[in-house]
Design a protein around this ligand. Structure first.
Ligand SMILES: [Zn+2]
Length: 229
């Protein structure tokens, strides 16, 4: 914790409450925890926490779908989508080898996310805070995840803009892609500031936002990228 936030002329220390999110029951090489643990700023409203929970559940759904499709010997829908669009920065910072294509990159990423889920649920990683931050004048963001580089140890801490979290102009799946993107930064993925198209961290997140479906001609990238940080 430790954050002290200036609000007007006052300083406050955020308070957090624990929420648990059930991990889908899928077949993995190593045991998985039954649930993940998040520390959510108490300034989020009940409706906002409900949406946050739905976003986490959605990200876990896409993880589980990928894992089960791989288990069944298929190319997962996620791999297939990422393979079509991701060209650059395919490897996370901790990955020593070159990654040949988007499909392989997607597999490496989801394996890393499996590690992150385990590290969170078994308490090996630092606590995952869902931090609350109203944008200051001229500031625009949805969900930020600071760059990290160790899926075994780094928390899944993110900072969320409560205004966008309450927006009815954006669907929950879109916001789930935004959360997924923030967690990619925590997993070790990088992209040039403000550039998402063709970069793994951008395209993988947009695949989640589109339910792993193809891009549709005429829909501008900004439809998706405006929710990415
Ligand atoms: Zn980013």
């Amino acid at each position: 914790m430790g954050d002290i936030i200036k609000r007007g002329s006052e300083f406050i220390v955020p308070e957090y409450r624990i929420i648990y999110v059930t991990v889908p029951d899928v077949r993995t090489d190593e045991p998985m925890p039954e649930r993940m643990i998040f520390y959510v700023d108490t300034r989020f409203t009940t409706a906002q926490v409900k949406r946050l929970r739905e976003m986490i559940v959605t990200v876990l759904f896409y993880w589980g779908e990928h894992v089960e499709q791989i288990n069944d010997g298929e190319v997962s829908r996620y791999e297939s989508c990422v393979n079509k669009y991701a060209r650059f920065n395919l490897a996370p910072v901790w990955f020593a080898d070159r990654i040949a294509n988007g499909r392989a990159a997607a597999a490496v990423q989801m394996a890393g996310f499996t590690t992150q889920i385990q590290a969170n649920g078994y308490g090996r990683a630092a606590k995952a805070y869902i931090k609350y931050k109203e944008p200051t004048a001229g500031e625009s963001f949805t969900i930020r995840g600071l760059n990290a580089s160790s899926p075994e140890k780094s928390s899944l801490t993110v900072t969320v803009n409560p205004i966008n979290l309450s927006s009815t102009a954006v669907g929950t799946t879109m916001l789930s892609g935004s959360l997924f993107h923030a967690w990619l930064h925590r997993e070790g993925y990088r992209h040039p500031a403000g550039r998402f198209t063709s970069y793994f961290a951008g395209e993988a997140s947009m695949c989640i936002m589109r339910d792993n479906k193809d891009k549709v001609p005429g829909v501008p990238a900004s439809t998706y990228t405006k929710w990415l940080d």
